[in-house]
Design a binder for this molecule. Structure first.
Ligand SMILES: Nc1ncnc2c1ncn2[C@@H]1O[C@H](COP(=O)(O)OP(=O)(O)OP(=O)(O)O)[C@@H](O)[C@H]1O
Ligand SMILES: [Mg+2]
Length: 579
């Protein structure tokens, strides 16, 4: 949970030396700003008193010099504080990304990518602005207001008093208007994140949408989204506009007061024209800090909304974090047992798995078959602890999965899914997941061992061949081969494989069978099989239907029983029985 204080402490405090350096620069730039009207007054009064040309000229040169130096310091402060803000928030981006990556599948199911981008990037950028400008604008402007008021007070206490009161009143009024408008701004940010989310979801499925001719329906849906977005935007902009109008009104009144005071000082108190001008000049200069503080408060408001959303994200914890004590898993290949296992997805009350029981000795391979939607993939997800059972037990090496740390489970299990993710990176990085410790020789050995040497030698640039992100260019068979090689490199104790259900050509099919056989040697395996060839290789069989076990036993026993589903399956072929 981040509060502004914690945020400043975690990300700004380590950079305090640079902050101190920036503070000095800021003071110089401030002094230059405050000094300018004073010099201008002298120049005015000198020239009105008919002084020598040279004296006036000296004043003008001094004025120019101070102005240039002031701007220079200001530029340095701007650069420095922006750099600081970005560095600090890059750390936050990093921390947030790491947190998000540790979250459970249920979170990814409930959050669309656009929303995530909004939070991890847009919201954090807003905080960067806050961190950078908080230092710059708030501090410098408050000091500037104080300095101006003191200098005005020196001219006449009444002038100082009136401007102090007026500036304070302006700030109170502006922040009052601001607090009324906050809810509209928050609502608008939420609506924006939602629209981005929907848009990015549709963009990522453009291919499917086009191929089913859903473009018009999609456009209509987007239009409805945009219409729903509009009132939020309108209200938020009206909110901004009311803050702005209030500020403009205050500015006009301030000028009127300044002119009145200047005239009074000059006519009734015998002040010089230079002094009268000085008062108007400070009044004008005072507008800027009030405006900037106003804008800063507006930013602060946005940043506060962003911070709330970031905190909501951080408050989500994963199964892994809830783990208090974790039992170690026995070494070597793992024994898997399910006992009255039940499961339903959180958003759905129907049981996807119901009283599933089976026992798979270590080192053996279980083939899981069943119609589409029978719960096969769900069973695999429970093993990989992407979800936890809602009833019964699932034991790995005799220990309930729920009492083993998620990290440990994932270290020992390789879960090869139906959808193989390919990164826009080299074949090497795609195999090792960017682990540099893995040597090329080892990779080639693994590819050879899995019977993929031919595939490898056909690659145009060997391990450096670039792959495209998002599966394009890779056939289902090749994808599975890549996934098997990845699994093999991790040397797991249990392999969970959700076989590609697509039809493969006989050559690729033979390659996959061979690689799979090699991968499963001396390892426990749970293979969701879509091909009879795979089933011929397994030791045990589990047939699921609507989440329930229809048949379980050794393949041999089921094969020798002519009445078993498996025997019928072999006679009729997989499709006939299962579909
Ligand atoms: N993430 C999810 N959230 C909610 N329901 C889900 C989710 N994933 C699957 N389901 C539902 O759970 C049931 C079982 O799905 P599952 O993916 O386990 O089936 P499957 O046997 O792997 O099917 P297939 O052979 O098509 O891969 C289905 O009714 C499905 O709609
Ligand atoms: Mg499935």
């Amino acid at each position: 949970m981040y509060t502004v204080t914690k945020l400043l402490k975690t990300y700004l405090w380590p950079r305090r030396l640079r902050l101190a350096y920036l503070a000095w620069l800021m003071l110089f730039s401030l002094a230059a700003q405050l000094l300018r009207p004073q010099i201008l007054r002298s120049v005015l009064d000198l020239s009105l008193a008919g002084n020598a040309y040279v004296q006036v000229l000296r004043g003008v040169v001094l004025l120019g010099g101070v102005a240039v130096m002031g701007h220079l310091f200001d530029a340095l402060v701007r650069y420095g504080s922006d750099a600081l803000g970005w560095e600090a928030t890059n750390e936050l981006r990093h921390d947030l990304t790491r947190h998000v990556l540790g979250l459970d599948m249920a979170f990814y199911k409930a959050t669309n990518p656009g929303e995530l981008i909004e939070r991890v990037d847009v919201d954090v950028t807003r905080l960067a602005n806050l961190l950078a400008n908080f230092v710059r604008h708030i501090v410098i402007n408050v000091l500037f207001i104080l300095g101006s008021v003191i200098l005005l007070w020196r001219e006449h206490y009444l002038v100082g008093l009136i401007f102090a009161a007026y500036t304070a009143m302006s700030l109170v009024l502006v922040s009052g208007v601001r607090s009324i408008t906050t809810p509209y701004v928050v609502a608008e940010r939420k609506a924006t994140a939602h629209v981005y989310g929907v848009a990015s979801e549709h963009l990522s499925t453009t291919e499917d949408i086009q191929s089913v001719g859903g473009a018009t329906a999609m456009l209509n849906k987007m239009r409805r989204e945009f219409y729903a977005w509009l009132p939020h935007r309108t209200k938020a902009y009206l909110a901004y506009a009311s803050i702005w109008s209030a500020a403009m009104f205050l500015q006009t009144v301030s000028m009127l007061i300044a002119v009145a005071l200047a005239v009074y000082m000059w006519r009734d108190l015998g002040a010089s024209i230079g002094t009268a001008y000085l008062i108007i000049h400070y009044a004008e200069l005072l507008q800027q800090p009030v405006q900037q503080i106003r804008m800063q408060l507006q930013e602060l408001q946005r940043a506060a909304a962003s911070l709330t959303r970031i905190n909501t994200l951080l408050a989500l914890s994963s199964l892994a974090e809830h783990q208090s004590d974790s039992a170690p898993l026995p070494p070597g290949s793992l024994h898997v047992r399910a006992s009255d296992l039940s499961f339903n997805y959180a958003d759905d009350n129907t049981l996807v798995l119901e009283n599933v029981s089976f026992n798979l000795p270590a080192g053996k391979v279980l083939g899981v078959i069943g119609r589409t939607g029978s719960g096969k993939t769900t069973l695999a997800r429970l093993l990989a602890r992407q979800y936890d059972p809602t009833g019964g037990l699932l034991l790995l090496g005799g220990i309930a999965t729920t009492s083993v740390a998620v990290k440990t489970v994932r270290e020992r299990i390789s879960f090869v899914t139906q959808e193989v993710q390919v990164f826009k990176a080299s074949v090497r990085d795609n195999l090792t997941f960017f682990d540099d410790a893995c040597t090329d020789q080892k990779l080639i050995d693994v590819l050879t061992e899995l019977g993929l040497l031919d595939w490898y030698t056909a690659l145009p640039a060997g391990l450096n061949t670039m792959m495209e992100a998002g599966n394009s260019g890779l056939s289902a068979g090749e994808g599975q081969l890549l996934a098997l090689a990845r699994a093999f490199l991790r040397n797991p104790s249990l392999v969970v494989l959700d076989e590609a259900s697509a039809k493969l050509d006989p050559i690729t099919e033979a390659l996959i069978s061979r690689a799979l056989r090699r991968l499963l040697t001396e390892r426990t395996g749970l293979v969701i099989a879509h091909r009879l060839a795979t089933l011929e290789e397994v030791d045990y069989l589990l047939l699921l239907d609507k989440g329930q076990v229809i048949e379980f036993g050794t393949r041999e026993r089921l094969a020798s029983d002519p009445d078993s589903h498996y025997s019928r399956l072999r006679q009729l072929g997989l499709e006939e029985v299962l579909v």
